[in-house]
Design a protein around this ligand. Structure first.
Ligand SMILES: O=c1[nH]cnc2c1ncn2[C@H]1C[C@H](O)[C@@H](COP(=O)(O)OP(=O)(O)O)O1
Length: 227
């Protein structure tokens, strides 16, 4: 469990790095398979390392405010300007997995069309990724470097493979949210997601507990541990 601190306390600590990430969400009238109302859109990202996390990144508070840095990161990652203010801040924590890292978390509600614009912009980034990968094969031939080394360097620079919607519904056999929660998440982003879903009233406490229980069961089944 990550230790919570205030935003003010975080900013007075010396020798810490600051990571700012945001949950962008909104109401939706869309229906899954034309019949299951999805009710809300919640965006996360598939990162270059295969882990799920929120959009955002590292910010240096001696150069810019946390919120300005987060807006800049969003613009760099997705290509869309999303203003973020202190009123969007919800928590600051000492990272449970990275020493001397403080993770700041923000939530912002957007309209369905703004969220779809973000998704389209993220797809455009993925198109550039495809083009860049072709370019890499040409560079690797010219420079006689291996394609794999160049691709790793490129993916580490790119950091994001695409935007994903969090399924907030329950399907048969743990499909939907339980299955989603059984994947691997970066740092404390899974806990950030669960607390944000509760805080924004997107799911009830009972639904969240059911999803977490089923996800845990799936993880145990996959690892061959029956308990
Ligand atoms: O979604 C997240 N929630 C909490 N902490 C996160 C999340 N994503 C990453 N992190 C942590 C772990 C990472 O090492 C640092 C930096 O994040 P990242 O997005 O990789 O930053 P840069 O793109 O390198 O600026 O934060």
């Amino acid at each position: 469990m990550a230790e919570q601190i205030t935003r003010e306390d975080a900013l007075t600590r010396e020798g810490y790095r600051h990571a700012c990430h945001i949950m962008l969400y909104g109401d939706s009238s869309a229906k899954l398979f034309g019949k299951i109302p999805i009710k809300h859109i919640v965006l996360m990202q598939m990162r270059f390392d295969g882990l799920l996390g929120f959009p955002g990144g590292l910010v240096n508070p001696s150069e810019e405010t946390l919120e300005a840095g987060l807006s800049r990161e969003l613009h760099e990652e997705v290509g869309v300007a999303v203003p973020v203010g202190v009123d969007n801040h919800v928590s600051s924590c000492l990272s449970p997995s990275c020493p001397r890292l403080i993770t700041h978390f923000y939530i912002k509600k957007m309209t369905e069309s703004e969220l779809k614009e973000m998704e389209k912009a993220a797809v455009a980034t993925a198109t550039d990724h495809g083009l860049e990968v072709k370019t890499l094969s040409v560079i690797s031939r010219v420079c006689k470097c291996t394609y794999k080394i160049l691709l790793c360097i490129f993916l580490i620079c790119l950091q994001v493979l695409g935007m994903v919607r969090v399924p907030l519904y329950f399907l048969k056999n743990g499909g939907g949210l339980p299955y989603f929660l059984s994947h691997s998440f970066i740092s404390n982003s899974r806990a950030q997601l669960l607390s944000a879903l509760q805080r924004c009233g997107l799911l009830s406490q009972g639904e969240l507990e059911k999803a977490v229980r089923q996800a845990e069961q799936m993880r145990r089944t996959r690892s061959g541990d029956p308990h």
